[in-house]
Design a protein around this ligand. Structure first.
Ligand code: CTP
Ligand code: MG
Length: 232
């Protein structure tokens, strides 16, 4: 699986990458890795990191144990570039898949390092659907009323078919490689956009809203609260 971790966390506003912020006693990124590393279907974890953060990641990785091996690659200036770099590494693992299932189809799961709370049941479902269809992502139904600006005001968007894209986004290796080969460098805020452009359908798998992306400092407090609740 691929974990883009090469951002700088500008909106979080700390001096170092938000992924090093401590959540429940350990760095945020380690929680994310822990959600995947024990799964029998995750063979490799490829972490895309920035030049600046590489030595810190190396030190922290050396201090933990992970059932699935963790590889580091150099990320890029945008999230898509970081995923593209990790995908090159995944291709090199070629015959060995990053995620494999019973039918031996190789799947690549891409998950933001900044989403430490993804649930195992959601992973089970999105992996299974991706194995069936070649492209499936977790997505949360929009709960509020959705608006869009118009020339002189706003209008309401029908929310019945509206979802917020989450991660992981899981693809057959050929599907995601083809999408990146076609559209690499295009600005995309998620990977499914690139697959949609190849006209391969992307299935939305409803996922828990707990799977928040740590973006602002208050998100870390919400994540602490969710972890505490899970323990009680
Ligand atoms: N990411 C990446 N390479 C980039 C930018 C982002 O690998 N050039 C990763 C981040 O590390 C994060 C995920 O993509 O795990 C989602 O990005 P986001 O939440 O936007 O994180 P940052 O880009 O670090 O935060 P900000 O946009 O506030 O600077
Ligand atoms: Mg960003």
């Amino acid at each position: 699986m691929i974990m883009p971790a090469a951002g700088s966390g500008q909106r979080f506003g700390s001096q170092s990458n938000k992924l090093f912020a401590i959540l429940d006693g350990k760095p945020l990124w380690q929680h994310t890795v822990d959600r995947f590393q024990h799964r029998g279907d995750v063979r490799q974890i490829v972490l895309a990191v920035s030049e600046e953060d590489e030595s810190t990641f190396r030190e922290q990785i050396a201090a933990i144990s992970s059932a699935a091996p963790i590889h580091l690659v150099r990320g890029g200036a945008t999230r898509s570039e970081s995923v593209g770099a990790a995908l090159d590494a995944v291709k090199k693992f070629a015959a060995e898949s990053t995620v494999a299932n019973a039918s031996a189809q190789t799947l690549v799961a891409i998950h933001d390092a900044a989403r430490p709370l993804v649930r195992q049941a959601d992973l089970d479902r999105v992996f299974a659907k991706a194995a069936e269809t070649g492209a499936a992502i977790l997505a949360a139904p929009v709960s509020g009323t959705l608006k869009r600006t118009t020339g002189n005001g706003s209008e309401t968007v029908d929310r019945r078919n509206a979802f917020v894209a989450l991660t992981p986004q899981v693809f057959a290796i050929d599907v995601i490689c083809q999408a990146y080969a076609r559209d690499r460098g295009r600005l995309a805020t998620d990977d499914a956009q690139l697959v949609e452009r190849t006209s391969h359908p992307v299935l939305l798998v409803p996922g828990s809203a707990d799977n928040l992306k740590i973006t602002f400092p208050e998100d870390l407090r919400i994540a602490e609260a969710i972890l505490n609740e899970c323990r009680s």
